[in-house]
Design a protein around this ligand. Structure first.
Ligand code: BF8
Ligand code: SF4
Length: 635
């Protein structure tokens, strides 16, 4: 079949045919036009950190081995890696900061959000050591927000409170001994920027330690903080059934796609799309169909049951259906090409954030005090655009799959408590101990034009499930698995090994599903990797071992973003064996490659990176790792 090296998703293949016919340039066309990509860049051995450069190191040893200033391959690779982590950490910390601002303003009555989850508010407050007694939710929310702001303003010598309050104690001690406890995300990013500038740090090991530190700023000042605040504001997810793939678009509806990462505006667009349904009907549509792309898609799926349109690589192809009236974007993973694609159809691209504008798109500024008006305006713009839709250009692929999502830690513990109310983790731990569940793997991260879309996610997960490894997923990996039908009870029958299937069936029945739990639990967006961190910390705590001793692994089979590099490094820092399915740009340095994939990272932290581009071999590597951890635990 045509397009088979581009995507395994049949809807995407159909749309690639249409894009071809309509003369649309896609991410795959541009990837091909970039070939061959620069070998120096792929190996990480080019430096542009000062204006004496750019400098390149000859990987074959015959040409220059030093940049103009004297920096060698090891230093250049380590510096470039740390700069990638800064990008990722900045994205997550900025996201979290916005959520904190919203909570603070909501508590003061200045932003039109209700604090939806008081239980979560209380539990976060207690972890932070805030006295909850006798305080109303607004006062408590304000204190929680102030604690978060204090982390961002911390100029003392103590580590970030969000980290010490939420990370496992054993880890806090390990990181403390290594001197990598972050004090404040902004400060760590600033220091690392300084450290990597020309003529400052020339020790690759010291730079890698800073990468570890930055990853902790990411994990706690980005991921965990964002998840906690969003749960407080919008509710902690509970299991929800919806659908995934381009087939969720409806020809007779106003189609609004919500794309990006921060749920502050998208929650309101969902609310107003539901309220303004009649206006869409007056315009001749049968209603408003919302769907999500990327992680904002995951956020509104987890909390509102809004279906997923597709993942990162297919964002242009969603527009190519000709049926999308408006695509609203906020920040991150938004292809700059979208306005060009939309120009061939009637689709309105609506940018909303001051740091994410796009020539050719319409900008409707997100201002927190006026978010209700903004959301209404966006929905009405989509209804107006619908009137200009050309039915002759519409082709919506049929494909869509049912998905079950909403698996927060609270929801997972809730389901398990149906088996053992007083000791909810016991049934899971018992089944891991007796081998019914061999172990668990988090399959997370992006799509990447270098990998056939979704192929590595699906190939890897199929192997893991067959071998009784339970899978949890977030990000675009979760989209991929949703589209391919892995987030359903039927998938347990179809893909899980016998013993895993039995466990999923027992939990599913006890939880009232009358069917097995899906073998892949969708835990949310990329910031929700913090949920996975909490889950493994809870398991480790229950077993009284360190996270590094658990029979678990993480995998980013198709990652592309700097955020994924930061998250992956955080996972390694937590002590998790972390597979990467795309080769990171570090191979130009033997020293850095060894540091990340064996010692001393492994001996100091207990986790390491494992790079394997073949998903079947990667599954074998992950299973071997899980078995070795089991053996060490004597199970
Ligand atoms: O934060 S998985 S392509 S959408 S970066 Fe982007 Fe990667 Fe998708 Fe979400 Ni995460
Ligand atoms: Fe070249 Fe050194 Fe400047 Fe980098 S910092 S561009 S290696 S001179």
């Amino acid at each position: 079949m045509k397009w088979e090296n581009k995507s395994i998703d049949p809807a995407v293949r159909t749309m690639l045919g249409k894009a071809d016919k309509d003369g649309i340039d896609t991410v795959w066309d541009r990837y091909e036009a970039q070939q061959p990509q620069c070998g120096f860049g792929l190996l990480g051995i080019c430096c542009r950190n000062c204006i004496q450069g750019p400098c390149r190191i000859d990987p074959f040893g015959s040409g220059p081995q030093k940049g103009v200033c004297g920096a060698g391959a090891d230093l250049i690779v380590a510096r470039n890696l740390l700069r990638s982590l800064m990008g990722g950490t900045a994205a997550h910390a900025d996201h979290a900061y916005e959520a904190v601002e919203a909570l603070y303003m909501a508590a003061d009555g200045l932003a039109p959000y209700e604090i939806k989850d008081e239980n979560k508010l209380k539990s976060v407050a207690s972890k932070l050591g805030i006295d909850t007694e006798g305080k109303d939710k607004n006062r408590l929310a304000k204190e929680v927000a102030e604690t978060a702001f204090a982390d961002f303003a911390n100029h003392g010598s103590s580590p970030m409170k969000w980290l010490t309050a939420t990370a496992p104690q054993e880890r806090v001690e390990t990181w403390g001994k290594l001197g990598v406890l972050p004090k404040n995300p902004d400060r760590e990013i600033r220091t690392a920027m300084h450290q990597t500038s020309m003529g400052v740090d020339s020790d690759p090991v010291n730079l890698i330690l800073s990468a570890v530190k930055l990853s902790l700023a990411d994990g706690y000042g980005g991921l965990h903080l964002a998840t906690d605040i969003q749960d407080i504001l919008f509710g902690t997810p509970t299991p929800v059934v919806s659908e995934a793939n381009l087939g969720v678009l409806k020809a007779d509806h106003v189609n609004i796609i919500i794309h990006g990462h921060v749920p502050l505006l998208s929650e309101k667009v969902v609310e107003w799309a539901r309220k303004l349904e009649d206006e869409a009907k007056s315009a001749g549509a049968s209603g408003i169909q919302l769907s999500g792309l990327c992680c904002t898609g995951n956020e509104i799926l987890m909390r509102q049951g809004v279906p997923l349109a597709n993942n990162f690589l297919a964002q242009e192809l969603a527009i190519t259906t000709g049926a999308v009236d408006a695509m609203v974007v906020d920040v991150q993973c938004i292809m700059p090409s979208l306005a060009d694609t939309a120009a061939c159809y009637h689709t309105k691209i609506i940018t909303t954030m001051p740091i994410a504008k796009m020539p050719g798109a319409e900008h409707v500024p997100f201002e927190i005090e006026k978010v209700d008006e903004t959301a209404q305006q966006i929905v009405r713009m989509a209804i107006e655009a619908y009137k200009k839709r050309d039915p002759g250009k519409v082709n919506i692929p049929d494909e869509k799959s049912s998905v079950m999502a909403g698996f927060s830690v609270e929801a997972i513990v809730g389901a398990l408590s149906k088996l053992d109310a007083s000791n909810p983790l016991k049934p899971l731990v018992d089944n891991i101990a007796n081998g019914n569940v061999l172990g668990a793997c988090a399959v997370v991260g992006c799509n990447n034009a270098k990998v056939t879309q979704d192929a590595s996610h699906i190939g890897l997960v199929r192997e893991l499930l067959k071998n009784n490894v339970l899978v949890v997923a977030t990000g675009c990996a979760a989209h991929a698995l949703g589209k391919a039908g892995f987030l359903t009870s039927e998938a347990a029958e179809k893909y899980a090994g016998e013993t895993l299937k039995a466990v999923l069936t027992a939990v599913g029945n006890a939880a009232g599903l009358n069917a097995p739990l899906p073998p892949v639990l969708h835990m949310g967006s990329c910031v929700d990797n913090s949920r996975i961190g909490d889950l493994v910390a809870a398991l480790a705590g229950y077993l009284k071992v360190a996270v590094k001793d658990l029979p678990i692994a993480a995998s980013a089979p198709e990652y592309q973003h700097e955020k994924a590099i930061a998250i992956g490094t955080w996972a390694v820092s937590l002590g998790v064996f972390t597979h990467l399915g795309v080769v990171p740009p570090v191979l130009g340095s033997q020293q850095v490659t060894t540091l990340l994939t064996s010692d001393p990272v492994e001996s100091l932290l207990g986790g390491k990176f494992y790079v394997e581009t073949d998903p079947i071999k990667a599954a074998a590597g992950i299973i071997a790792h899980i078995k070795s951890k089991r053996a060490k635990l004597g199970i």
